[in-house]
Write a protein that binds this ligand. Structure first.
Ligand SMILES: Cc1cc2nc3c(=O)[nH]c(=O)nc-3n(C[C@H](O)[C@H](O)[C@H](O)COP(=O)(O)O)c2cc1C
Length: 309
């Protein structure tokens, strides 16, 4: 190759890399401005903190064996967050849901069994609903944190993965991959660096990792596409597993780049893959409970865009 051509190629690569860096700097600025990373004063940030604290308590009651007396600090924090929230937003749905969680905590402190404080589910009813129309499938899916420990029935993971692979992806690039661990030692290895599975995932029959191969993207504009395509893949997978009658809980992979690299080395995943999330999958007990997880009212979710006059 002629030296001029080589130089031109290097210059082009350098220009693209500079464009990527600049885009990331702007992303970082956007995140720093919009999120609660640097500023927890905005009302939406405060409200999200309160929702997260409520979930910590509600999730605790939905574990197979909650730690006795757990949540003393958490409930005090929630009390403070809710008072603050009410002063600014009044007694809105978050405040009301928070009061319900505090009430459940009082019941718990007075000796109520955790299973009485969570939503009771019957595997038979849930599995029936998951085979009805789409609305029943979606409404009956919940994050499951109680499993029998039995292995998954033959073929169900394969069928679910086949459906997940039908998820849309940008220009049909189809970069999503599913990595499954079923052997106990490998499951433990996959979970070692994940924060959020404690107290339940050891009873899952399989632990899965959803990744997206970055090799399928090539423009600066596509730098977040792995998480969009991987998220769509994961959602189809979760619904397909639910349709198979299995229990499933998404597990976050919200980590630093160092942790991400360590995880891929530990588990043996390709360095170039983007890890989207982990999943615990298992067989449903006949009866189990799930965490109360209130959703925002539709008025906060659905907005109409209108042309300005
Ligand atoms: C990307 C993602 C990561 C999650 N990570 C965890 C986790 O680490 N541990 C956990 O117990 N639940 C986790 N969840 C489950 C959420 O807590 C749950 O989806 C939410 O509370 C709503 O409840 P539902 O799934 O029962 O409707 C995660 C969910 C998503 C979508």
């Amino acid at each position: 190759m002629r030296p001029q051509t080589l130089l031109w190629q290097h210059a082009r690569r350098l220009r693209r890399f500079a464009a990527l860096l600049w885009a990331h700097v702007q992303d970082a600025w956007h995140f720093a401005q919009g999120s609660g990373l640097l500023n927890d004063a905005p009302q939406a940030v405060r409200a999200a903190h309160a929702l997260k604290t409520m979930h910590r308590l509600e999730k605790g009651w939905a574990l197979p064996n909650p730690r006795a007396g757990f949540g003393v600090d958490t409930v005090q924090l929630l009390g403070r967050q809710l008072s603050f929230h009410q002063e600014r937003s009044g007694s809105d749905w978050i405040w009301l849901e928070g009061q319900a969680t505090l009430w459940r905590y009082r019941q718990y402190a007075q000796g109520a069994a955790p299973s009485e404080l969570s939503e009771r589910m019957s595997a038979q009813e849930v599995q029936h609903a998951a085979r009805q129309d789409f609305a029943s499938l979606v409404k009956s899916r919940r994050s499951v944190r109680q499993f029998t420990g039995a292995p998954l029935p033959e073929g169900c993971l394969q069928r679910a993965a086949e459906l997940a692979a039908l998820s849309p992806s940008v220009c049909n690039r189809s970069g999503a991959r599913l990595w499954v661990a079923t052997e106990p030692e490998m499951r433990a290895q996959v979970l070692r660096l994940q924060d959020g599975h404690q107290g339940f995932a050891d009873r899952a029959a399989a632990v899965a990792v959803v990744t997206v191969d970055l090799a399928v993207f090539h423009t600066v504009g596509e730098r977040h596409q792995a998480w969009v395509d991987g998220g769509l893949f994961a959602m189809t997978l979760v619904h397909a597993l639910h349709h198979e009658g299995l229990g499933c809980c998404c597990l976050n992979w919200s980590v630093t780049p160092q942790m991400d690299r360590a995880f891929k080395r530990l588990v043996g995943l390709p360095a170039q893959d983007a890890v989207v999330m982990l999943l615990a999958v298992g067989v449903l007990p006949e009866h189990y409970t799930v965490a109360h997880s209130p959703r925002r009212p539709l008025s906060e979710v659905l907005h109409t865009l209108e042309c300005s006059p």
